[in-house]
Unconditional design. Structure first.
Length: 89
């Protein structure tokens, strides 16, 4: 009887562990946006949040490696993204 209980406990533990380790949700989402405009000279790179996130955002990386979530719909954000894309060409 004890062996059956231990076996069931091990199976349950393995099932729980596999769901945690194999979760494939987005790595980084923006839940709040930085509202102030940023100087484009302070930004070194950017990336967009995952499509599975609730809100579409852009994460700007500063010279000091700080990550700032901003709204991708803002015109000033689009200007920074366009400027960074032109630099990489």
């Amino acid at each position: 009887m004890k062996a059956v209980n231990i076996l069931l406990l091990c199976i349950l533990g393995a099932a729980l562990l596999s769901t945690v380790l194999c979760s494939n949700g987005p790595d980084e989402c923006c839940f709040q946006f930085f509202r102030n405009r940023l100087n484009k000279n302070l930004i070194t790179s950017y990336y967009r949040t995952d499509a599975r996130c609730a809100t579409n955002g852009v994460i700007l990386i500063t010279r000091r490696a700080r990550r700032i979530c901003v709204d991708s719909k803002e015109q000033w954000v689009q200007n920074i993204v366009k400027s960074l894309e032109m630099k990489t060409l």
